[in-house]
Ligand binder design. Structure first.
Ligand SMILES: Cc1cc2nc3c(=O)[nH]c(=O)nc-3n(C[C@H](O)[C@H](O)[C@H](O)COP(=O)(O)OP(=O)(O)OC[C@H]3O[C@@H](n4cnc5c(N)ncnc54)[C@H](O)[C@@H]3O)c2cc1C
Length: 424
């Protein structure tokens, strides 16, 4: 039994009657087979009610830890409850890397993949695109293995699965050889430079993030994460780039916050797992005074979409801590917010005040609706099921998959049942 009752941000109190942390696959299988309603809880970093369940919530973090590298296939098979921070150092020691990471290393692999969690980078798909196989416990307690080799279609449906098909116990992830990154932070990029040079700004590093509070005519910070061999902007000079200035010390994305927990900047070369996330693995915030939302728009609409949000900055800024703008490569995962669309992801870290956030969120959704913005599944959103349904071409296929895997709706919850009801 596990005593965790709220999510990381504390804005959701889980409605589950019972919390479980089985120590073996057999225990998990018996639990699933013997209950009417159950869902998996990862590390609880989602802001929406996506992980919630009225019956049983189960964490797979107590199952035996597995990190099994297959050098011949360049893959690693990991236990689903593992956090990226635990995995990444081990991979690097063995000479391997994941292609990308999110901003925080403390989230579980299964939970991140289930919601389409992503980092940044024109050529980098979301974290779920690395999954070549997954094993899950289905409604009757059986263990099912889906792999790219033998069940490519079902896998494409199941990876960003929102926890709705079963309890994932392990995932196999594609690897690349370990690599090194230099991270540079620039300050004060004029907005008109962004409009003019958006493509080259995002192409200026392996992974690029922009941070803005929407208050002024400048983007507050640009974080460029460059491969060791990429054109090096140099340190200490040249200090200026497109009108922005190289920061003279470490920076935190949120104004006024100390950079002590941020990953190393100022161009110091370091291993991928200590540069791609914005925050250091040894700093593990147990909770956070914030809420988050994020919308992925087709890349070709990036400038118009940013301008549309800019037009309502007066309604957004008062509830905002910071916004982050990233790019995500297109993929073929049915419920991925970047499904078949190279995307720009516009993220909002809000103050933890749901009443202040709700109207800002609604205003943003109005502004971004013309661009077919798809919300991040793990963050707050309020678009209607009808609107969201129109944004995902493969939704009917996912609904069929749900019907096949879980005919009695054992893994459903309010959010999943309203946005992706099973076809029966
Ligand atoms: C500080 C912070 C920073 C963040 N940064 C980013 C970022 O850079 N990029 C980004 O895209 N998102 C980001 N997020 C959002 C976060 O990555 C997602 O919400 C992610 O789903 C959280 O993973 P989790 O393990 O906490 O999953 P949970 O929130 O616990 O669960 C999410 C979903 O996964 C399902 N799930 C979890 N484990 C399993 C399993 N074993 N089997 C089946 N289903 C499972 C749950 O049922 C639920 O539907 C951030 C969140 C926070 C709090």
């Amino acid at each position: 039994m596990n005593a965790r009752r709220t999510n990381w941000a504390g804005n959701i109190t889980f409605s589950a009657e019972r919390f479980h942390r089985p120590a073996s696959a057999g225990e998990l299988q018996r639990l699933v087979a013997g209950t009417r309603r159950i869902r998996a809880l990862g590390t609880g970093h989602s802001f929406s009610r996506i992980a919630d369940c009225p019956g049983d919530l189960v964490s797979v973090a107590g199952l035996p830890k597995v990190i099994q590298i297959d050098p011949g296939r360049a893959t690693v098979t990991v236990s689903a409850g593992l956090r990226y921070g635990e995995l990444a150092g081990r991979l690097n020691e063995a000479g391997w890397a994941l292609r990308n990471l999110g901003s925080l290393p403390h989230i579980s692999v299964a939970g991140a993949c289930a919601t389409g969690t992503h980092g940044s980078g024109d050529a980098n798909g979301n974290l779920a695109t690395a999954v070549s196989a997954l094993e899950l416990v289905t409604a009757d307690g059986d263990i099912v293995l889906l792999s790219r080799d033998s069940d490519a279609a079902a896998l494409a449906g199941a990876v960003v699965g929102l926890g709705a098909l079963g309890i994932v116990t392990s995932l196999t992830l594609d690897l690349v050889p370990a690599f090194a990154i230099r991270q540079y932070v620039y300050q004060g990029l004029p907005r008109d430079q962004l409009d003019e040079h958006l493509e080259s700004i995002f192409a200026s590093g392996y992974s690029v993030s922009l941070f803005t509070d929407w208050r002024g005519p400048k983007i507050r910070q640009v974080w460029r994460k460059c491969l060791a061999g990429e054109r090096d902007p140099g340190l200490p000079g040249p200090g200026r780039w497109l009108g922005a200035e190289l920061a003279d010390g470490p920076r935190h994305p949120v104004p006024g916050m100390s950079a002590v927990h941020c990953t190393e900047q100022r161009g110091v070369l370091g291993p991928w797992q200590l540069r791609l996330p914005h925050f250091r693995p040894e700093f593990t915030p147990g909770s956070g005074a914030e809420l988050q939302s994020e919308y992925l728009v087709p890349r070709e609409h990036a400038i118009e979409a940013l301008a549309a949000v800019g037009r309502i900055r007066g309604r957004v800024a008062p509830a905002l801590q910071i916004s982050e703008i990233r790019t995500v490569a297109a993929d073929d995962l049915w419920l991925s917010p970047s499904y078949q669309r190279p995307s720009v992801a516009i993220h909002f870290t809000w103050i933890r005040d749901p009443e202040a956030v709700a109207p800002a969120l609604a205003a943003i959704e109005d502004q971004l609706a013309p661009f077919g913005a798809r919300p991040h599944w793990g963050k707050l959103f309020s678009v209607s099921p009808a609107v969201l349904g129109g944004l995902y071409q493969r939704l009917p296929d996912f609904q069929r998959l749900r019907g096949e895997f879980d005919p009695a709706g054992k893994f459903g919850n309010e959010l999943v049942d309203s946005y992706v009801p099973a076809s029966r």
